[in-house]
Design a protein around this ligand. Structure first.
Ligand code: NI
Length: 182
């Protein structure tokens, strides 16, 4: 299948799932699919700077990365529709809600690190996308925590995707201005 068809199949699947509960981007009235397409966009741009990178795999993961965490989608749905590698990748990108909150990110990062580098690329792209202006409802400690978590992601995935690491590092620095604002 060509990449355009892969993209269409994945974005339609994800959009339908995230729309079931009318999921929006937090702090906005935008449908969640805007976040997903932004993560995919980061991957497309990064691809031009990444050697030996499986673009179709990474873009599919980008579009589906929140389906297990936020929607009724199951591992077996993903496996049937997109194959076991995609299901495993999305699963690693999903926080385990049975664990205490403060170790969920580290646990997810540990599972990401043992998978192909495209999975880590999506994690980096996801946080790059999310380091835009935070919702007005977020207080300073929450923003600070989000910034520290971004540093944790960057450190865990060090050496995997230099282009995306550099971009995330710049976004972390930029984000400081939103913390100082209030
Ligand atoms: Ni996301």
């Amino acid at each position: 299948m060509d990449i355009q068809s892969t993209y269409q199949q994945a974005i339609k699947f994800a959009a339908a799932k995230h729309t079931e509960k009318n999921q929006l981007i937090p702090g906005s009235n935008l449908p969640y699919v805007v976040h997903l397409s932004n993560v995919a966009m980061e991957i497309f741009i990064a691809y031009q700077n990444l050697p030996d990178f499986k673009l179709d795999f990474a873009v599919t993961l980008a579009l589906l990365h929140d389906t297990l965490e936020d929607t009724s989608t199951t591992f077996s749905d993903l496996s049937k529709e997109f194959g076991i590698d995609v299901a495993r990748g999305v699963s690693a990108l999903t926080k385990n809600k049975d664990l205490p909150k403060q170790i969920r990110m580290a646990d997810s990062l540990n599972r990401i690190m043992v998978l192909p580098k495209e999975v880590g690329a999506v994690k980096l792209a996801d946080r790059i996308t999310n380091l835009q202006k935070p919702p007005d409802t977020w207080d300073t400690p929450k923003k600070e925590k989000y910034r520290i978590e971004a540093i944790q992601i960057l450190q865990a995935l060090k050496g995997s995707n230099s282009y995306l690491e550099k971009r995330l590092s710049e976004k972390i620095t930029e984000y400081e201005k939103y913390i100082k604002e209030k």
